[in-house]
Write a protein that binds this ligand. Structure first.
Ligand code: AMP
Length: 227
């Protein structure tokens, strides 16, 4: 089973990924997490990627694809994967099609999470991230049980460098210009489901799981300012 969560930064992909991982028993592969690990380990790939990430730009496909290919070769990916933040360009989507075909797999479902732009900026700008497990929180929208501490491992929460309001706007713009066209790529394969990403985390979870299982869902109105 190969699933992708598709949506702009702040749409809740990471939060929903956690539920899908539990529900389907497949690992989450987040290229953002893979890249941050390289940056932290100060590898050659990490040093190259860092410049783009700090600006809120996409890292060149060559780097992302190399990391993704390595991750897909790990044995836990064999039953399937849940992709989070990948593919983000049409070039990545085409490369992924080839890679999956070589493995006798295909993209089963792309779940697009729709959230109005003003909500995205509010969510990203206040977001706090656990440096140990990557879980995210928000002081008002999704507070941790103990202020400033991760619910799971107690680590002190931090604001990601690229979660400042200015970089958040830039990342949303990059999403609209470079990542939205990926949706058309998958529409032509008939695998896209659209989910309303507003409401409580639990409400969105119900919609996302229904979409992943191919059940009828209350699709959001794709018009207006939805990103
Ligand atoms: P994320 O954690 O998914 O918001 O990703 C954080 C940053 O990592 C993005 O702003 C990009 O700079 C980079 N990144 C993550 N995934 C990709 C990808 N598939 N292609 C290019 N850059 C990526």
């Amino acid at each position: 089973m190969v699933l992708t969560l598709f949506g702009p930064p702040g749409s809740g992909k990471g939060t929903q990924a956690e539920f899908l991982v539990q529900h389907f028993g497949i690992p989450q592969v987040s290229t953002g997490d893979l890249l941050r690990r390289e940056v932290e380990a100060d590898t050659e790939l990490g040093r190259q990627a860092r410049i783009y990430m700090e600006r809120g730009d996409l890292v060149p496909d060559q780097i992302t694809l190399e990391l993704f290919r390595r991750r897909l070769q790990e044995p836990d990916s064999a039953p399937g994967v849940l992709l989070d933040g990948f593919p983000r360009t049409v070039g990545q989507a085409q490369a992924l099609d080839h890679l999956l075909a070589e493995m006798g797999k295909r993209m089963d479902r792309v779940i697009r999470i729709l959230v109005p732009e003003e909500v995205l900026v509010e969510r990203i700008s206040g977001r706090l991230t656990c440096p140990v497990c990557g879980r995210t929180y928000h002081p008002r929208l999704k507070p941790p049980r103990l202020e400033g501490r991760c619910d799971y491992d107690g680590a002190a929460l931090l604001q990601r460098e690229d979660d400042s309001p200015t970089t958040a706007h830039r990342r949303i713009k990059v999403y609209q210009q470079r990542t939205l066209p990926v949706l058309e790529h998958y529409r032509s394969q008939g695998v896209v489901s659209e989910v309303d990403g507003t409401g409580t985390v639990e409400q969105v979870r119900e919609r996302v799981i229904a979409a992943a299982e191919g059940r009828e869902l209350d699709a959001a109105d794709a018009s207006g300012s939805q990103a």
